[in-house]
Design a protein around this ligand. Sequence first.
Ligand code: AMP
Length: 633
Amino acid sequence: MTTYEVAHRRSIEQPEAFWAEEAKRIFWHKPPEQILDYSNPPFRQWFVGGETNLCYNAIDRHLPERANQLALVAVSTETNQTQELTYADLYREVNAFAAALKRLDVQRGDRVVIYMPNMAEAAFAMLACARIGAIHSVVFGGFAAHNLAVRIDDAQPKLLICADAGSRGGKVIAYKPLVDEACAKAQTPPPHVLIVSRGLDPAEPKVPGRDVDYAQLRAEVGDAEVPVEWLESNEPSYLLYTSGTTGKPKGVQRDVGGYAVALAQSMETVFDCKPGQVMFSTSDVGWAVGHSYNVYGPLIGGCTSILYEGLPTNPDAGIWWALCEQYGVRTMFSSPTAIRVLKKHDVDFIRRHDLSMLKYLFLAGEPLDEPTAKWIFEALRKPIIDNYWQTETGWPALSVLPGLDMKPVRFGSPGFPNLGYKMKIIDEQSGVEVPANTKGVLVIEPPLPPGCMTTIWHDDARFINSYFGHFKELLYSSLDWAIKDDDGYTFILGRTDDVINVAGHRLGTREIEESVSSYNAVAEAAVIGVSDELKGQVPVVFATLRQNTDEPAARSAAADGMRKTVEQSLGAVARPARVYIVNALPKTRSGKLLRRSLQALAQGADPGDLSTLDDPNALEEVKRALQRGPDVG
Ligand code: AMP
């Protein structure tokens, strides 16, 4: 048996002994009394009674040895600024931020919404919340007011922290007006909004009593030190909202101790990145990878983390590799979409850099297609490591674990279950494990390992129904189709639900449908994900109007209105690539939209089983619309 197989078997057969060992990787103010409590399935508690703190493990603990080592390098090719912070600098800035939070009366257990791009202060804010035991919820900067309002109402934050603006390719996106709109829409707007200004957006009129300027508060608190709040291992550390099958996003809740242990462990076994080494993850802090491998993971691991704001092609397509050379990056982590963007540029942008320190490129978030994997492998001549995970898992569930003993990479497969993950592929109907080379649903046998979500914020019932309610046996459904080959390599074949993956961003088609339907002229809308060469998938809308029309100008005006509505309410990430206006949508006799048939037709495939189709004309309508071409797009 290989080292991986021995370790994996132990993690499954003797989880308590295994994780008790792993728990030694972090600092415990009070050691755990019980490693695993699984008395209330599917809920589980790891390291019960143990007291620790994410911020302490990420910063304070390293000060004796690494005060002068770089902890965080925040590079922005949007503002053309680079901030290099040592562990000592980070300690100072996070303490000051924590003092500012205290001034605004943020207490242990309070929620704080963070709406910021990849700037150093976003990391300060997250770590400061962790320090004082406040629960942060970072909202991706590409989301618009509606998304923000929905998250505010669910998390009910005591404070919202935002940047004055983000910037993409030099185009400034003011955040403050979006925050004001979200606060106006929300039922429970936060009493305070803390604004971190970079001078990108001309000063907005401040709402008296609510808005606070961070620079001013920072000056007032000076170099204050704020004591660490010791938290029981299972207290919530943060919420991260993700799309599901309904229009309402799910607040994925993470704990403290289990998360810290999983990150410390995965930094070494999965990412092979040791204390003092450099990790560069190109993710956004608004996503799960951003939380785990831009902020907490590398810092808990005593590494240097590079945080990048900007396009991968600005000032040219060599910028990421220039940073790898400059900072001696060992482990790089990005997404297939980003590589597909780079693939349009000369490979020399990569080759001209000295990448002798770079050991691996990890890619995750969406299926890695073979041409992309091969192109980047040829360019870098370093292992390209596909790894599979979800916001819910918080760290990779499938990979080839190069830090342990790397299995040969097989293009198209993220590899094998990571330590602590007991996975199988089962038949959707019977729930029985399928043989090799047969498609089924990828499931995890509970208890979920440390680091994975503990529940959905304030909604245990939804947690059970969404993830554990699909089969007779109590199993966590990944909601992904998968297949395993004869050698045990798992391949991911796409989602079983209505979630689509646009350029690595996870979007719920229901959310987009709700937004389209909010446009006055629309009677009903169906949104599907259609394959796209660059982005993996793009949202495509089929809609009926309140007043049918065959007038092309009227159709395209309505289609344009829908697209703008989505962009305004959900943000540019969700913007439909194409809108088709039809006179009827294909539905079952019980009134359910046949999204899968629509998707098949839109991709030129067989629409599948149509025995439940109510009105055959609706299908013909769709075919005609596809032939005619989109009304916008
Ligand atoms: P998110 O929660 O945004 O990270 O999205 C998780 C989903 O992205 C998964 O359920 C998969 O559908 C998809 N995904 C993530 N990583 C991979 C991968 N390596 N290969 C294929 N699909 C992936």
